[in-house]
Design a protein around this ligand. Structure first.
Ligand SMILES: Nc1ncnc2c1ncn2[C@@H]1O[C@H](COP(=O)(O)OP(=O)(O)OP(=O)(O)O)[C@@H](O)[C@H]1O
Ligand SMILES: [Mg+2]
Length: 316
């Protein structure tokens, strides 16, 4: 039988923010899958003992980017990782949005300002500054032209931390239509959700934000589905994706545009979509069976290590 590691972050001393994790782990086990919940940075885990390692909620990775990238390569050297390490590397740097735009995918217009480059902030209209690597709206803020001084300090702070900045027009459509997250799992649409705008005017860039205000189920329009599928089709080298989330907002023309393509550790919002749980379990089982079937014969013939559970396994 295939063995699966479901991977999360170590939240201690706080409780985990991933409400879906224990539910998914139990559902996998109830379906007869041998699944362990593990912390990605637990040095005691024997990754080779798993047929498939599924990244779920490694939510501390964005400020530990190098360590996390090294971990993905380490895991992939000994077993199957979902999503693959190359996908994680590409997606962890939001310069991918510029690549999607260059490939003709409708995206939120973005200018990148690396440390040492001139700010060139917009003269008119409201705009957003945020980091090219980050999550949870960390270091994101919106500005009107009279907030120029604060915006320059914001840029300087990010540059001092080595972060490249993204400068985008503030997309007005988000105030009326919110931001829609289309989630794909095992190659098909799983479900969609909508959340309200996160960036209130005047909120400081280093303030904590509510990441998913007013989250609710959403039925995607044909136009949203089409843009999401174009974004997924534009991922370099057409990798196999176990999971993907495409975040869309309406541009000034009313057409959906990609705000973010999340292929590293998307929150699946299963608590909002309990009917999706069996599809996620089935998707993981199928991926694990495929991974187990492609294990080298010598490896497959080796005896199991005492049938013991992995010492790094936890029950988050
Ligand atoms: N150009 C923009 N116009 C309007 N709102 C924006 C813009 N960019 C970001 N926001 C708001 O800030 C939030 C966070 O931005 P974004 O999703 O790009 O970064 P993130 O840190 O990856 O966030 P998360 O991980 O929570 O999705 C968005 O959900 C949206 O509400
Ligand atoms: Mg986002």
């Amino acid at each position: 039988m295939a063995r699966i590691a479901l991977v999360t972050y170590d939240p201690r001393p706080e409780p985990s923010k991933d409400a879906d994790f224990p539910v998914l782990l139990s559902a996998l086990r109830e379906a007869g899958v041998e699944a362990d919940g593990v912390f990605w940075d637990d040095a005691d885990v024997d990754w080779a003992a798993y047929d498939l390692v599924v990244i779920r909620s490694t939510w501390d990775y964005s400020w530990r980017a190098d360590e996390f990238a090294a971990w993905t390569r380490k895991v992939e050297a000994v077993t199957r990782l979902a999503n693959p390490a190359d996908v994680v590397r590409w997606n962890a740097d939001k310069r991918y949005l510029g690549e999607l735009a260059a490939a003709g995918v409708p995206t939120v217009p973005t200018r990148y300002v690396a440390p040492g480059e001139p700010a060139g902030l917009p003269e008119g209209g409201e705009y957003v500054i945020k980091p090219a690597s980050g999550a949870g709206a960390r270091y994101a803020a919106r500005y009107t032209p009279d907030g120029h001084g604060t915006a320059v300090r914001h840029l300087a702070r990010m540059h001092a931390e080595g972060l490249t900045a993204m400068v985008q027009p503030y997309v007005r459509g988000i105030d009326a239509g919110g931001e829609r997250a289309l989630q794909f799992f095992g190659g098909r649409l799983l479900h969609a959700s909508r959340k309200r705008a996160v960036l209130a005017p005047g909120t400081a860039f280093d303030a904590d934000k509510v990441a998913h205000p007013g989250l609710e189920p959403w039925t995607p329009s044909p136009a949203e589905l089409a843009v999401a599928e174009r974004a997924l089709a534009a991922v370099p080298d057409a990798p196999e994706l176990l999971y993907a989330r495409v975040d869309l907002v309406d541009g000034d023309d009313g057409e959906p545009r990609v705000m973010e393509l999340e292929l590293v550790e998307p929150n699946l919002f299963l608590f909002l979509h309990p009917q999706s749980l069996p599809h996620v379990v089935a998707g993981i089982r199928t991926a694990a069976a495929a991974a187990a079937a492609t294990v080298a014969p010598a490896q497959a013939a080796a005896p199991a290590p005492d049938g013991a559970r992995n010492p790094g396994a936890v029950n988050p």
